[in-house]
Design a protein around this ligand. Structure first.
Ligand code: SAM
Length: 301
């Protein structure tokens, strides 16, 4: 009896001649290779893969046999031109990485940029990405976020980068390996005590785990069980908390002065430049202040 994946893996996708397909692959659970991704991988002429052995295993699981070309950080520049020529000759190519979405802390940028420069159409087949997966389960603010990828390996550079990121108001996302998770956790504990951190490991896999805690508690939590330092990690770190009350008062003072000279929209724009606060926030505040001022002297009707 065919499984769901057998049933769809040989479906022919409508791949178009001369198109480059950027195909996301699972970050652990093979069930996350979408039917559309399977169909595209089954239909293209060639697949460019970060590691042809890793991708070979994935393809054979789905019964797909295709010529593979290695495309990794060491040969991407040299290999891209020949691949663009194949695309210009009408070939259909897929680009995959070992896991997740190509180009996200993975090879592919050089090829996609070259394709764009050569007017080769690029189609993305979206799917798993460890950063987005972790963000979506973290419970930390997700309206704005910064993806950092891997932090520097050297302690000094890593701490400096963390301090820069820590000053920003938005959630930031870091990739980490089992070799460095303890060191990074220690840095976070020392530099960002009080900040919420979601540690997500082995996402979509058998030993998937995600916890949210104060950064200061991370080293102790990791040390309590050696299994907790195993596997692949994403750290989602809460942004710099809202401005202190003193700054809020100063922002309001600036806005009140500007409102005496100009309409709310202009006052919000100028105040945003002065204070660094978001224009929309300032515009809403300006309207509130204007209404309060107008209401003050207006007799009730
Ligand atoms: N392109 C991939 C993506 O879309 O997420 C990322 C590739 S990057 C070379 C590999 C890193 O992603 C790992 O070191 C880890 O930080 C993170 N990662 C990948 N798979 C993961 C998983 N299943 N659970 C947690 N983190 C994962």
């Amino acid at each position: 009896m065919p499984t769901l994946f057998d049933a769809v893996s040989h479906e022919r996708a409508n791949v178009a001649a001369g198109h480059l397909y950027v195909v996301a692959t699972p970050i652990g659970n093979l069930g996350d290779l979408s039917p559309r991704a399977q169909a595209v991988l089954s239909s293209v002429d060639r697949i460019c893969a970060e590691d042809t052995r890793t991708t070979g295993h994935l393809l054979s699981h789905f019964g797909i046999r295709k010529p593979l070309t290695a495309l990794h950080e060491h040969n991407e520049s040299a290999a891209s031109q020949a691949l663009i020529e194949q695309l210009q000759g009408g070939a259909t190519l897929a680009l995959v990485s070992d896991a997740g979405t190509p180009l996200i802390s993975d090879p592919g940028f050089v090829l996609v940029r070259a394709a764009r420069a050569a007017d080769v159409p690029v189609i993305a087949i979206p799917g798993p990405c460890a950063a987005i997966t972790a963000l979506s389960l973290s419970g930390l603010p997700s309206d704005r976020f910064l993806f950092e990828g891997f932090l520097p390996a050297k302690r000094g550079a890593r701490r400096e980068r963390l301090q820069t990121l820590a000053a920003l108001p938005q959630t930031f996302i870091v990739y980490e390996s089992s070799h460095r998770i303890a060191d990074t956790a220690q840095d976070l504990a020392e530099l960002l005590p009080g900040r919420s951190v979601c540690l997500a490991r082995e996402l979509t896999k058998l030993h998937e785990q995600s916890v949210v805690m104060d950064a200061a508690a991370l080293p102790t939590w990791l040390a309590a069980d050696t299994n907790r330092s195993r596997g692949e990690f994403v750290l989602v770190i809460g942004g710099q908390p809202g401005e202190p009350a003193g700054n809020a008062a100063e922002t309001e003072r600036v806005l009140r002065i500007l409102l005496q000279e100009m309409p709310a929209s202009s006052a919000a724009r100028v105040a945003a430049q002065i204070t660094g606060e978001r224009k929309k926030v300032l515009y809403d505040l300006a309207l509130t202040l204007s209404q309060a001022t107008a209401g003050h002297g207006t007799p009730p009707t």
